[in-house]
Design a protein around this ligand. Structure first.
Ligand SMILES: [Zn+2]
Length: 430
């Protein structure tokens, strides 16, 4: 089990030897250890116990880890309690190599033992950590057998705070300012509770582990700084008013670099909240890497754009090939305006419209080439060019690079939240 941390690896040894040769070795090594450059060298740390294992169901997050699997390995330290259907929980001891989990019959087998049920819960002992094919997670593992009994989905059921420990370090560099990391923790907590409440009711999971919701890498994303940010904002979310003046949990969106002004959510995702109206952000340009704040252009062949759009939206087949694209209603932020919608016109004269953000991500699903919709669309005969681009990401809600800049200037996470989500209120959940 690699669930204890030992950072005194051979990789670091040559560096230490070089420092010793420099003559001030002892002082330097002491400094490096105490300053955290060589963390963990003082002693082996025991795995932190997963918090909140007794918290209410409403604060458990069900993360879809893998879909349509036929087998995998589950590892943990001693035993697991397995609950399936109405049967009493069964304790299964786990050998060092782990237990093979495989589809079989009307359910699955775990370590050769059959569990005939559609849903099986696997709960490890304290400190409630386990590995699935070497990916480390906290909480419990739920196996959901798909119709036809030939594959299963794997869901990580994890208490909210432990979930966040796997998100914050996946969504923001862990060496950033503590107040920026805290801002990220509150925003991620708010966003995932909103998604759970809004979409979790009708499916057996709440969020995916990808950028479709929030990046979640389980314990691989944890660090001392991340835990400090999570526990330093324990149970805190932000609330806002909807357009009827009612106080609600809302999708506290965030993106990397807003490009100079955050965007009204209505123009990007179509939802309207008091705290998602868009604010000036003269801050992210100080933090964003070269090519993230300004990106000169991205060029695609017209046929390729048409093909990619039709591949993503089969309803566009009726107008394909798409020969003309007209941007509609750029947002109102002057030089920071974004494309909000595009009208797609087919060779047959028929047309359809798409949100600009969906248009961008259909052409470039990575989001790394056409980095944002804060750009101009130009017709270059056989090609479409996205020119004079600014920013990276959808630009709604928190600007992560802006938050880092404000934190560097000594602003607290409460101030940063208030800036990017005006009129929002902090609330303590538990
Ligand atoms: Zn910004």
């Amino acid at each position: 089990m690699a669930m204890t941390f030992d950072h005194c690896t051979d990789l670091r040894a040559p560096m230490v030897q070089r420092i010793l040769k420099w003559g001030h070795g002892l002082i330097l090594v002491t400094f490096l250890i105490t300053s955290g450059v060589l963390p963990g060298c003082k002693r082996r740390e025991v795995t932190r116990e997963t918090p909140q294992m007794n918290v209410d169901d409403q604060y458990w997050i069900r993360v879809r880890l893998h879909r349509r699997m036929t087998q995998c390995w589950v590892k943990t330290s001693q035993t697991v309690k397995v609950t399936s259907g109405q049967a009493k929980p069964v304790t299964v001891s786990v050998p060092k190599v782990g237990l093979a989990l495989a589809i079989a019959g009307q359910g699955v087998t775990l370590g050769g033992q059959a569990f005939d049920a559609n849903e099986i819960d696997i709960c490890p002992d304290k400190p409630y950590v386990f590995r699935v094919d070497d990916e480390p997670y906290r909480g419990r593992l739920r196996v959901v057998v798909n119709q036809g009994n030939d594959t299963f989905d794997l869901i990580n059921e994890v208490p909210l705070e432990a979930y966040l420990a796997g998100v914050v370090g996946s969504e923001m560099p862990t060496y950033w300012e503590p107040e920026a990391l805290k801002t990220q923790a509150v925003v991620a907590r708010t966003y995932c509770l909103y998604i759970k409440q809004r979409f979790g009711q009708n499916r057996h999971w709440d969020v995916s582990k990808t950028q479709a919701h929030q990046m979640y890498r389980g314990m691989d994303a944890e660090s001392a700084q991340v835990w400090e940010a999570v526990l330093g904002t324990y149970g805190r979310i932000i609330k806002t008013q909807d357009m009827d003046g009612e106080e609600v949990t809302f999708p506290a969106y965030y993106s990397s670099v807003c490009g100079g002004h955050t965007e009204n959510s209505k123009n990007v995702f179509g939802d309207s909240y008091m705290s998602l109206q868009g604010v000036p952000c003269p801050y992210c340009q100080h933090v964003a890497k070269l090519g993230q704040f300004f990106w000169p252009m991205a060029v695609f062949d017209k046929t390729e754009i048409s093909d990619r759009l039709v591949k993503r939206y089969s309803s566009l087949e009726r107008i394909a090939p798409i020969v003309h694209i007209e941007p509609e209603g750029p947002s109102e932020n002057g030089e920071y305006a974004r494309l909000t919608r595009v009208r797609l016109i087919g060779q047959n004269g028929q047309s359809d419209t798409l949100r600009a953000e969906d248009f961008r991500l259909s052409i470039d699903p990575s989001g790394r080439i056409i980095k944002s919709t804060m750009c101009r669309l130009e017709d270059w005969e056989d090609q479409w060019a996205f020119v004079a681009g600014r920013g990276w990401g959808h630009g709604v809600g928190l600007c992560q690079c802006g938050a880092q800049w404000l934190a560097r200037q000594g602003r607290s996470y409460q101030e940063v939240l208030h800036y990017y989500f005006p009129k929002s209120k902090l609330e303590q959940l538990y």
